[in-house]
Design a protein around this ligand. Structure first.
Ligand code: 2AM
Length: 190
């Protein structure tokens, strides 16, 4: 059976609640923003798409050996951003501060390992983001942009420790995506 998968960092409970609360403050002031449930918040490192059962096993081994050579690290992020950067917004997200320190090297290792396994390299530059909301229509996208421009909230930061990377399975349904861990690869402690 094939699975729709991606590699991600899970967020700590406190960070999920905080980020969800931020998203709800925007949702309360504009119409048309759909906010995911807190348990679905995550930071994607690599989207893989459909993979076979055999590839899940291979990815598990690759992630485990890669992760055990990388130390646990702290991740910090702040504020609100929008995709696309101009025009009606479609995605409200929060980004990572100083990604070049630990996050981008980790993503690069994952990319090259995935390339060796036959997965395509991501065509677009990697933009680390946690999706906080999706916007249904251009009119709502304009409202969200004006609200964010007036309320950029630069003082809002979030921080957590990254202890593992996960291969996650996404099941799409009418009520939204459901994410399940297929593999949890712990980072090196200390
Ligand atoms: P997004 O939040 O910006 O949509 C599961 O879909 C995860 O993989 C989401 O975090 C999603 O990012 C990310 N992702 C990256 N590229 C994707 C693609 N081509 N299709 C679907 N999801 C993708």
């Amino acid at each position: 059976m094939a699975h729709r998968t991606f590699i991600a960092i899970d967020l700590e409970e406190g960070v999920k609640s905080l980020l969800h609360a931020w998203a709800r403050t925007v949702e309360a002031r504009v119409t048309g923003l759909r906010v995911p449930s807190p348990e679905n918040l995550h930071l994607t490192l690599k989207f893989l798409g459909e993979v076979s059962e055999a590839q899940v096993g291979e990815l598990g081994e690759a992630l485990a050996s890669l992760a055990k050579n990388i130390s646990v690290f702290d991740l910090r992020g702040s504020g609100f951003s929008l995709f696309p950067s101009q025009g009606p917004a479609r995605v409200l997200w929060t980004g990572v501060l100083e990604p070049e320190r630990q996050l981008l090297p980790l993503v690069e290792k994952i990319e090259s390992r995935c390339l060796e396994m036959g997965f395509k390299r991501e065509g677009r530059p990697f933009r680390p983001h946690i999706t906080l909301g999706r916007i249904k229509n251009p009119e709502a996208g304009d409202h969200v942009r004006s609200y964010i421009e007036d309320n950029p909230s630069p003082q809002k930061t979030w921080t957590q420790t990254v202890r593992d990377v996960r291969l996650k399975k996404s099941t799409l349904s009418r009520s939204g995506p459901d994410y399940k861990d297929l593999i949890v690869a712990p980072l090196q402690i200390g």
